[in-house]
Design a protein around this ligand. Structure first.
Ligand code: GLC
Length: 413
């Protein structure tokens, strides 16, 4: 029997943290995935010749999936086709503009999906609905109907042939003067993949919008997820925040503005505190390798996940009011306090940190708490509860000299 909608959404939420991969012909130019559109000096004909040098020599789905698993991620989303219209999958005769017809000569999506399955990473495919190659953004209404046929034929191939856990659409925001035939699109998904998570990116400026009843998760592109107000909604939806490691999705070879392991830890924690998943992007190299900095930073953040474990995957936000950026998560058998901006305790001649340590209060936490201890060190913390005002105070000691894990997690007893 197929998973029910609440079960599949709960399963997605527990996967918590995912790897987004933006990869395609554009990786060879190293200036992001919009380069065809943004650089007037590149003609579509020139761009198409990139297929001849797209070898995918370093593309190894299993290795990528292992990296994701070892970094604490639960799923991965690959751009099977991006706005340039080039498919990393075998379009099976529908078009020549795909990886088997390029220098790669093989189905790169199949390699990815099989690699993910072998490593226990849930494979998702991103599929564009905006197609510059086809001209979906500039064609007239009647040609747009032909485009929809092409898009749905493409999706049918993807849905039928790859064992995916989710499908991630992007591009409907490119036109609001046409009928996207969304009911037909989602019907197709449900016919082939009744258990797949369906996401449709509403884009920058429309974060958190529920665009259709078949949507399983709303998106927060490059922003901070807001706690969703689900009170008036017909059914529960998950939330996911996607973010770049620097300022580009497809590799930006001259972009040095990287996020650090500390940034990743803070953002992942913040997403979980607001009940959202965190989908963090890497743009692989021209040949399909994961660049060294991104790997190192994400692995380092993964060490933190190892320490805090289930609280991050299974924790659901608890309604209460904490100081600063702190919050409380609850799992089936535990309650966790996540503390931000703690200082390092050390000698004043050597230690300079911002933040602080000492008592922090939680208002409105409707539980009896008798004690607390840091998950990383096991140190017991002093807790006071003033029942009359429903205030719980935890004496948050700072990081011992020699450590700073950015966000510290205490288990409450
Ligand atoms: C935007 C961009 C796109 C990127 C996506 C990821 O919609 O058009 O290039 O794939 O965001 O969220």
């Amino acid at each position: 029997m197929a998973l029910t909608r609440p079960d599949r959404i709960a399963g997605f939420e527990e996967r918590a943290y995912g790897l987004f991969l933006h990869w395609g012909l554009y990786a060879q130019l190293g200036r992001g995935e919009w380069i065809l559109h943004n650089d007037d000096d590149i003609t579509p004909e020139e761009y198409e010749t990139l297929t001849e040098s797209f070898t995918a020599a370093d593309w190894d789905g299993r290795e990528i999936a292992r990296f994701a698993r070892e970094s604490g991620m639960g799923y991965a989303v690959l751009t099977a086709r991006h706005h340039d219209g080039f498919s990393l999958y075998d379009t099976r005769g529908l078009s020549d503009y795909d990886a088997p017809h390029a220098a790669a000569g093989r189905d790169l999506v199949e390699d990815f999906v099989e690699g993910c399955r072998a490593e226990g990473i849930e494979p998702f495919l991103y599929h564009t609905t905006l197609d510059w190659h086809w001209g979906s953004d500039t064609c007239d209404q009647s040609s747009f109907e032909e485009y929809i046929t092409y898009l749905h034929d493409s999706l049918e191939i993807v849905l039928e042939h790859y064992d995916i856990g989710g499908i991630w659409f992007d591009g409907d925001w490119s036109r609001d003067d046409v009928d996207w035939h969304l009911d037909d699109r989602y019907e197709l998904v449900r016919e082939y993949r009744p258990e797949a998570i369906v996401v449709n990116n509403t884009g920058i400026g429309n974060e958190g919008e529920i665009s259709h009843p078949e949507i399983d998760s709303v998106t927060f592109e490059q922003s901070e997820p807001e706690p969703l107000d689900r009170s008036g909604a017909d059914q529960y939806v998950a939330a996911e925040m996607c973010q770049t490691m620097n300022g580009h999705w497809g590799i930006g070879a001259d972009d040095y503005a990287y996020k650090s392991p500390g940034d990743i830890i803070e953002t992942l924690a913040t997403c979980r505190g607001r009940g959202a998943n965190y989908l963090l992007n890497i743009g692989p190299t021209a040949e399909g390798a994961l660049p060294a900095y991104e790997q190192a930073a994400i692995r380092r953040a993964g060490d933190w996940i190892d320490d805090v474990g289930q609280s991050i995957y299974e924790g659901r936000p608890v309604e209460c009011s904490c100081q600063g950026r702190d919050f409380v998560l609850e799992t089936d058998d535990g309650l966790f306090y996540l503390a931000f901006d703690l200082s390092i305790s050390g000698h004043e001649n050597v230690t300079v940190t911002t933040g602080g340590s000492g008592p922090r209060s939680i208002a409105g936490l409707d539980r009896d708490i008798s004690g607390a201890r840091w998950l990383d060190s096991g140190e017991e913390l002093t807790v006071f509860q003033a029942a009359s005002e429903s205030i719980t105070t935890i004496d948050c000691t700072g990081f011992p000299y020699g450590s700073d894990t950015v966000v510290r997690v205490a288990e409450l007893q």
